[in-house]
Design a binder for this molecule. Structure first.
Ligand SMILES: Nc1ncnc2c1ncn2[C@@H]1O[C@H](COP(=O)(O)OP(=O)(O)O)[C@@H](O)[C@H]1O
Ligand SMILES: O=P(O)(O)OC[C@H]1O[C@](O)(COP(=O)(O)O)[C@@H](O)[C@@H]1O
Ligand SMILES: [Mg+2]
Length: 541
C-alpha cells in the first residue's frame, strides 16, 4: 500500500476540514465514478484506520456540491492494481479521540489465542478468482478485534434496531450483540429500540434494556423481539433520539432499504460531529444484498422451503396429472427458489424474476407442462414471488402500489399462474389436471434460524462489535469470500444482488429441472429492458 486516496465526507462544521471548492464533485450519479476522478490533492498516506489518538485531518475531506453534502468513498490504492474501499472512522471527523487497550487482551477466553487481534492493514479481496495478469483489485477492510479501541467499556451506550421484513436469525444477532458486548468488552448498557418496531421505534419514549439474561433464550424463537416495521424513516428525528439518549453505538439490522436509512443516519451523525459508531448488519431473506457471500437466515429459509416442495411432490405424484405449485419469496432476486430447487431435486420447473418466461406457444411453459405430464404423470413448479410480474401487469393493468418503504407491492404470481394453468388445460387442451397450490411464503421466514445460521449470526454480531469498538463507523459487516469485512454503506446500497442467468449456478438449476430456458440469445437482447443486462449475456451459449 503505497498511496492512498481518501475522501470521506461532508458538511461544514468547525471540526471538519473543508474541501477545496475547486475539487468539488457532482452531488448526483454513482459514487464509483469518483474513484477514478479524485484529484491528486486527495492522495494521502494510509492511516490504517485510526491508529493514533489525534485525528489525522489530512485524510478527511469535505465535499460540497450544489450546496449539498456528498459522501465520497475512502479509497486507498496500492501496488499491482490494489484498491481498498475503506470505511469511515470516528477519527476522520473528531480530533484527539482517546484510545484504549482492547479489554479482550485480559479476557481468559481470548487471551490464550495467539494473534487474536487482526492486523490493522489486513484487507479482504472482493475477487479471489484471478489469473497471472489480473490486477489485485478491490479489497475491504478485514473485520475483527483491534489492539486499540476507541470506547471505554463503561462509556458505551449501545442500541439495536431491527427493520424491514422478518428473517430467521434476527433474534440470534440481537442476542449475540448483547452478549458479545458484555462478555468481550464489558459493556452493560444496551438498549433495544422496540416500541413500534424498526426506525419508528426511535421516536417512542421507551426502549427496552437488553442484558445477557434478557436475551438468553431468544435465539430459539423466530421473528424479532424488538419488532420491525417498514417506512417512517425520519433522519433528524432518529439522530435527535440517538443524541438525547446518549447512544454512541448504533447497530442497525436490516435489508437494502434499512442500509440506505443507516447510511443517511451516519451522514447526519457525522455532520453533527457526534462520537457515534453506526453499524449495519445486513438482513435479507431474499439474499439480494451485494458483495457479501450470503445473508443470514437464507439457509434456514431454503431448508424450510424443502418442506413445502416435498409436500407439493407428494401431492402431485399421488394423483393423475398432478401439478404441485409452490410460491417462494424473492421479490427481485430468485435465490431462494433457485437454491430450494437445486436442493430438492423434485422440482421440474423453477421460475425466477431474473429469467422471463412465457406461457403459450413453442418453448413456452404450457407446452413443457403437457410434455412433462404425458411422460411422468406429475410435476412440481417452484415460482419466486417476483417472477413473471411483467406478464401479470400486462394482463391485469393494475396501478403500481408501494409499501410504506416504497417497495413495489407484487401481485400474487402463484394464484395467477395456478389459474392460467387450470384454464389452459381445461379449455384448450381438454386435459384433466390436478393442481395444488402451496404458498409457504411467510412460513420460511418466520422460523428460528438453523444451527449454521446461528453460528453465522454470532460471527456477524462479533464482527460488528469489534468494528464499532475500534472506532469504525458507516459500514455494513459481512463475509466476503469467507472472511468478514467492513463494507462501506454505498457499496451495499448501490445495486441489488441478483441471480445471473448466464452463471453456472442457474445452468445447474436448469439442468436439474430440464425446463426450457424460455428464450434464445436474440430474445435475451430484446428482453434487456425487462431487467436483463447485456453483461449477463457474456457466457450465454
Ligand atoms: N432510501 C431510503 N432512505 C432512508 N430510509 C429508507 C430508505 N429506504 C428504506 N428506508 C427505511 O428502511 C426501513 C426498511 O426498509 P424496507 O425496504 O422496508 O426493508 P429492508 O431494509 O428489509 O429492505 C424502513 O423503515 C424504510 O423507511
Ligand atoms: O409482507 P411484507 O412484510 O411486506 O414482506 C413481503 C416481502 O418481504 C420480503 O421478504 C423482503 O423483505 P425485505 O425487503 O425486508 O428484505 C420479500 O421477499 C417479500 O416480498
Ligand atoms: Mg429490501
Amino acid at each position: 500500500m503505497d498511496t492512498s486516496t481518501s475522501a470521506s465526507l461532508v458538511t461544514p462544521s468547525p471540526r471538519f476540514r473543508r474541501f477545496d471548492s475547486a475539487n468539488t464533485f457532482p452531488a448526483t450519479g454513482s459514487h464509483r465514478r469518483y474513484y477514478s476522478s479524485l484529484p491528486p490533492s486527495c492522495s494521502q498516506s494510509p492511516r490504517g484506520g485510526g491508529g493514533g489518538g489525534t485525528a489525522n485531518t489530512d485524510t478527511t475531506h469535505v465535499m460540497v456540491a450544489n450546496s449539498k453534502t456528498v459522501a465520497v468513498p475512502k479509497v486507498v490504492t496500492g501496488d499491482g492494481g490494489y484498491l481498498l474501499e475503506d470505511v469511515p472512522h470516528l477519527s476522520d471527523y473528531i480530533q484527539d479521540l482517546p484510545i484504549y487497550p482492547n479489554p479482550l487482551q485480559d479476557n481468559p477466553a481470548y487471551s490464550v489465542v495467539k494473534q487474536y487481534f487482526v492486523n490493522v492493514d489486513d484487507t479482504v479481496a472482493k475477487t479471489i478468482v484471478v489469473s497471472k495478469e489480473s490486477p489485485r483489485g478491490t479489497h475491504f477492510r478485514r473485520a475483527g478485534p483491534r489492539q486499540k479501541v476507541y470506547f471505554e467499556s463503561d462509556e458505551v451506550q449501545a442500541c439495536i434496531v431491527t427493520c424491514g421484513g422478518l428473517c430467521p436469525g434476527l433474534n440470534t444477532v440481537i442476542r449475540e450483540i448483547v452478549c458479545g458486548l458484555y462478555h468481550m468488552y464489558g459493556v452493560t448498557r444496551v438498549l433495544g429500540i422496540d416500541v413500534g418496531g424498526g426506525y419508528k421505534g426511535f421516536y417512542a419514549r421507551n426502549t427496552i434494556s437488553l442484558t445477557p439474561k434478557v436475551v438468553n433464550n431468544i435465539h430459539k424463537r423466530g421473528g424479532t423481539i424488538l419488532g420491525t416495521s417498514r417506512g417512517g424513516h425520519d433522519t433528524s428525528k432518529i439522530v435527535d433520539s440517538i443524541q438525547d439518549r446518549g447512544i454512541n453505538q448504533v447497530y442497525i439490522i436490516g435489508g437494502d432499504g434499512t442500509q440506505k436509512g443507516a447510511s443517511v443516519i451516519f451522514e447526519e451523525i457525522r455532520r453533527r460531529g457526534m462520537k457515534v459508531a453506526v453499524v449495519g448488519i445486513p438482513k435479507t431473506i431474499d439474499n439480494d444484498i451485494p458483495v457479501i457471500d450470503k445473508s443470514f437466515g437464507f439457509d434456514t429459509a431454503v431448508e424450510e422451503a424443502q418442506r413445502a416442495i416435498s409436500a407439493a411432490h407428494v401431492e402431485s405424484e399421488s394423483i393423475e396429472n398432478g401439478i404441485g405449485l409452490v410460491k417462494l419469496m424473492g421479490r427481485h432476486s430468485g435465490f431462494i427458489a433457485m437454491y430450494a430447487t437445486l436442493a430438492s431435486r423434485d422440482v421440474d420447473c423453477c421460475l425466477i424474476p431474473e429469467s422471463p418466461f412465457y406461457l403459450e406457444g413453442p418453448g413456452g411453459l404450457f407446452e413443457y407442462i403437457e410434455k412433462r405430464l404425458k411422460e411422468y404423470g406429475h410435476m412440481v413448479i417452484v415460482v419466486a414471488e417476483g417472477a413473471g410480474q411483467e406478464l401479470l401487469s400486462e394482463n391485469t393493468r393494475t396501478l403500481d402500489k408501494m409499501d410504506a418503504s416504497g417497495n413495489k407491492q407484487l401481485q400474487d404470481v402463484g394464484l395467477w399462474l395456478s389459474q392460467k394453468i387450470k384454464d389452459h388445460f381445461s379449455k384448450k387442451q381438454k386435459m384433466t389436471i390436478n393442481l395444488k397450490y402451496i404458498d409457504p411464503t411467510y412460513m420460511i421466514r418466520a422460523v428460528p434460524s438453523n444451527a449454521s445460521d446461528n453460528v453465522y449470526c454470532t460471527l456477524l454480531a462479533h464482527s460488528a462489535i469489534h468494528g464499532a469498538m475500534a472506532g469504525y463507523t458507516g459500514f455494513t459487516v459481512g463475509p466476503v469470500n469467507g472472511t468478514h469485512g467492513y463494507i462501506p454503506f454505498q457499496r451495499i446500497t448501490e445495486r441489488q444482488h441478483k441471480v445471473v442467468i448466464t452463471d453456472r449456478m442457474w445452468a445447474r438449476c436448469l439442468s436439474s429441472t430440464n425446463q426450457p430456458s424460455f428464450f434464445s440469445k436474440l430474445q435475451l437482447f430484446e428482453k434487456k429492458a425487462g431487467g436483463i443486462h447485456v453483461d449477463d449475456l457474456e457466457n450465454f451459449g
